[in-house]
Design a protein around this ligand. Structure first.
Ligand code: HMG
Ligand code: MG
Length: 308
């Protein structure tokens, strides 16, 4: 890899987005081993858990235990472990558990906002305000998510202007970055680019992240289009784990190993060791009985790869 390779940041969301919808209980020890293996593979932003209601998302009910078992900073210096926080209660619990970065999450669709966090978009922004205020005082970083950026399971196609407005609200509240979620993976490069054009008029492109689910197999094409548009941060989930409990039919996020393969092929530097990541994907995919992603299958079959 050349010294001038463009850096791309990958936010690994497998331990949270990847596992939140898993039907079988995943022991805390397995979550912690997953996080450890991801950090060892070179991931530097690993979304660890969610401080949401265990009645709504039982799989994230061990959030405090996960935080208590995270690898030490000496073991993996510079690794961030952001966690989801939907409201003040979740934020306070996250901070008490040692979180240094939280992610608030809104939606571009009213119906999805109601189903996911039981309030309107406007109410959700009002709930985030005190979180951002307190976080600024404590030096806690806050990431913002917008869900359903191009399509919603309840409302259908979403106008790019609606996504841009919510993204701008989150950015103006003080979120250091806004992650754009194609929650149900219905986007294609045309709709994703139309959305990015609208959002980038209101939020600087270097403050945006692409968070694309892979339901229709378009996520990698959407990442390529977004990379060419100028995005340099992408969210993904090892082994393509995941799905949203409040977005029926949504499959997992794009597999991290596929994103790494694409980006290295484009000459970018992710800092991730593809072989270690594929080993991690095989391990967790085997435990959860998931078919391997195409990159994981090809790499393990020993086929030549075009990246180092
Ligand atoms: P609610 O029922 O409206 O909450 O849920 P409430 O304020 O009315 O309180 C009801 C009870 O919940 C109370 O307990 C509260 O204390 C408790 P009780 O008095 O009845 O014993 N409660 C909490 N408990 C734990 N943690 C909390 C919390 N807040 C209240 N933070 C709430 C509102 C937001 C809590 C609920 O709707 C919820 O937890 N939703 C989370 C849904 C979720 O996690 N969805 C998946 C993540 S988002 C996603 O996947 C999309 C993303 O990946 C991007 C993309 O792909 O688009 C990020
Ligand atoms: Mg998601």
């Amino acid at each position: 890899m050349s010294a001038a390779a463009e850096k791309v940041r990958i936010v690994e969301v497998g331990p949270r987005d990847g596992l939140q919808n898993e039907k079988q209980p995943v022991p805390t020890a397995v979550k912690l081993e997953l996080i450890e293996r991801l950090a060892a593979a070179g991931l530097r932003d690993i979304e660890a858990t969610a401080f949401v209601s265990p009645n709504w998302v039982p799989q994230m009910g061990d959030h405090a235990e996960v935080m208590a078992g995270l690898p030490s900073a000496e073991r993996f210096p510079g690794v961030n472990y952001p966690v989801l926080a939907p409201n003040m209660k979740g934020y306070e619990a996250a901070v008490a558990a040692g979180a240094k970065e939280v992610a608030v999450f809104a939606a571009a669709s009213e119906a999805f906002s109601q189903k996911n966090i039981n309030c309107s978009i406007e109410e959700s922004i009002t709930r985030f305000e005190p979180i951002l205020l307190d976080a600024r005082q404590r030096g806690v970083r806050v990431r913002g998510y917008v869900s359903c950026v191009v399509g919603c399971p309840y409302e259908g196609a979403i106008d790019p202007g609606r996504t841009a407005e919510v993204a701008q609200r989150l950015f103006e509240l003080g979120c250091h970055e806004v992650s754009l979620g194609d929650t149900i993976g219905v986007g294609n490069p045309r709709t994703i680019l139309a959305m990015l054009e609208a959002v980038a008029k209101r939020v600087p492109v270097e403050k945006l992240a692409g968070h694309y689910h892979d339901t229709w197999g378009m996520a990698i094409a959407n990442i390529h289009a977004s990379f060419q548009f100028g995005l340099r941060t992408f969210d993904s989930s090892v082994a393509g784990l995941g799905g949203c409990p409040y977005a029926k039919g949504a499959s997992g996020n794009v597999a991290t190993e596929e994103v790494v393969y694409l980006l290295h092929g484009l000459g970018a530097d992710t800092g991730v060791d593809l072989d270690a990541l594929v080993d991690c994907a095989a391990w967790i995919g085997g435990l959860l009985q998931r078919p391997p992603s195409r990159v994981a299958a090809a790499r393990r079959a020993g086929r030549a790869a075009n990246c180092a």
